[in-house]
Design a protein around this ligand. Structure first.
Ligand SMILES: NC(=O)c1ccc[n+]([C@@H]2O[C@H](COP(=O)([O-])OP(=O)(O)OC[C@H]3O[C@@H](n4cnc5c(N)ncnc54)[C@H](O)[C@@H]3O)[C@@H](O)[C@H]2O)c1
Length: 412
């Protein structure tokens, strides 16, 4: 029985608590967060996830659990990692550290995360749920024999879109790392690369060759949206970020030399029923598609009944309406891959190994996201086979992340 300890008790921690209800041999033993810890612990206890306790600091949490999860905002990653390291130096023993996406806001921070984990000698997991989505994994399994005879996928399109994040810190590029490309581009880039990877090969198998990108502030820089953000404490006149991002990455198979392309599109202006994940993979003579907004379950709520709706987000993540024809997903933690990523990490940590996706993989995704910002900023293709460019990326902090988005964003 692995004892899980969560640092952060907000939106994603809540999703993981739901996912853990479908995972064996785990107990949610502890939660530590400035906000939401009591409520999360109470829910976990009610769900039978164990005697979930609230811890007032990371040192005490680490001393009481086997696995520590970093489910806090992006700007708090390094401070949390340092506190975990102190706890381990103080005698706490853990079997693994999990970090939610993105691993870091830039490569310098990602390097600190990976180097610290290495120095601690603790197995790691980078949580990128989309690579574990049962629809994607099963489509690949079903097509493995076809892929074997025809060749692997040569074009992958991936998108994650919704109407905009729930908490103000996500909108602040200096805190979050950017706009939608840092927040959700990391998902779509990772899953796009995964869809192109020949079956049986590790997730970091393909060699990234080049990156091009376009980003813009299309919706949230205009009225009435910009004023709505201001009321939530977000000032897009001073520190704007991109609400639209379109990234194209070219990869090469290191064994065959065959090229493939991933297109990742993300936006915070998807005014539709709720969050949509869209994946399309095209191989020679075959393809598969995933659209998370297709559900077997539909709901209808009339105007007369709409006042009785408790919480439309109970039906689907980032739901934008509470009446009319709506859709419901009965098991979002499964649909989005959270349950499968937990099963993978539990099995890996029990064996003293890294999960399928580890911190090094998270660093690779950070590098691709940074290359996308650089491509947009410089208005040119970034050549990832050039050692000078790679060296420049190591210390690169995008202008948008520096709070200078007005210099580079169309629509500001
Ligand atoms: N996999 C996904 O699809 C997905 C979805 C949402 C969020 N995320 C990631 O999860 C992380 C958290 O996002 P969220 O939506 O839960 O945010 P949130 O704002 O809803 O919750 C953040 C939680 O962290 C706590 N916190 C804040 N500062 C802290 C600190 N210094 N130390 C410890 N705890 C602190 C807050 O009190 C709160 O409990 C982010 O990195 C985000 O990118 C991933």
């Amino acid at each position: 029985m692995l004892k899980i300890g969560m640092i952060g008790a907000g939106f994603v921690a809540g999703f993981h608590e739901r996912a853990l209800c479908s995972v064996r041999d785990v107990e949610l033993a502890g939660v530590c967060a400035p906000k939401g810890a009591e409520a999360l612990a109470k829910r976990a206890q009610a769900d039978g996830l164990g005697n979930t306790r609230v811890f007032k600091n990371i040192a005490e949490l680490c001393a009481a659990v086997d696995v520590v999860c970093i489910f806090a905002p992006n700007f708090a990653r390094l401070e949390i990692m340092r506190n975990i390291a102190k706890a381990l130096e103080g005698g706490a023993k853990i079997k693994g550290i999990i970090c939610e996406k993105p691993l870091a806001r830039n490569i310098q921070e990602a390097d600190v995360m990976t180097k610290m984990a290495k120095a601690l000698g603790v197995p790691t997991a980078y949580f990128e749920n989309q690579i574990h989505m049962p629809s994607v994994v099963e489509a690949q399994r079903q097509l493995a024999a076809v892929e074997q005879s025809m060749g692997s996928v040569h074009l992958a399109r991936s998108a994650e879109e919704h109407g905009g994040p729930h908490e103000p810190w996500f909108w602040n590029p200096t805190k979050q790392g950017g706009g939608v490309c840092c927040d959700m581009g990391c998902h779509s880039i990772a899953v796009g690369m995964y869809m192109l990877t020949p079956s049986g090969k590790p997730p970091d198998y393909l060699t990234p060759v080049s990156v091009t990108a376009n980003m813009a502030l299309l919706k949230w820089g205009k009225e009435p949206w910009i004023s709505q953000l201001k009321k939530r404490g977000v000032d897009y006149t001073a520190t704007p970020a991109e609400d639209y991002s379109n990234v194209t990455i070219e990869f090469k198979d290191p064994e065959t030399g065959i090229c493939s392309v991933a297109q990742a599109t993300n936006s915070w202006m998807y005014d539709a029923p709720g969050l949509r994940l869209l994946m399309e993979a095209f191989g020679p003579g075959y393809s598969y598609t995933v659209n998370s907004l297709e559900s077997p379950t539909g709901l209808f709520i009339s105007d007369a009944a709409a006042t009785a709706v408790a919480d439309s987000e109970l039906a689907i993540e980032k739901a934008q309406a509470s009446r009319g024809a709506l859709l419901l997903h009965h098991n979002e933690p499964d649909l989005y891959g959270y349950i499968a990523e937990w099963r993978d990490v539990i099995s890996a940590f029990e064996q003293g190994k890294n999960a399928l996706l580890d911190f090094e993989y998270g660093r690779l995704i950070t590098m691709l996201v940074m290359a996308a910002y650089m491509a947009h900023e410089k208005k040119k293709t970034i050549d990832l086979t050039n050692s000078t460019v790679l060296a420049e990326l190591e210390s690169y902090v995008p202008l948008i992340q520096q709070g200078k988005g007005a210099e580079v964003l169309l629509g500001v």
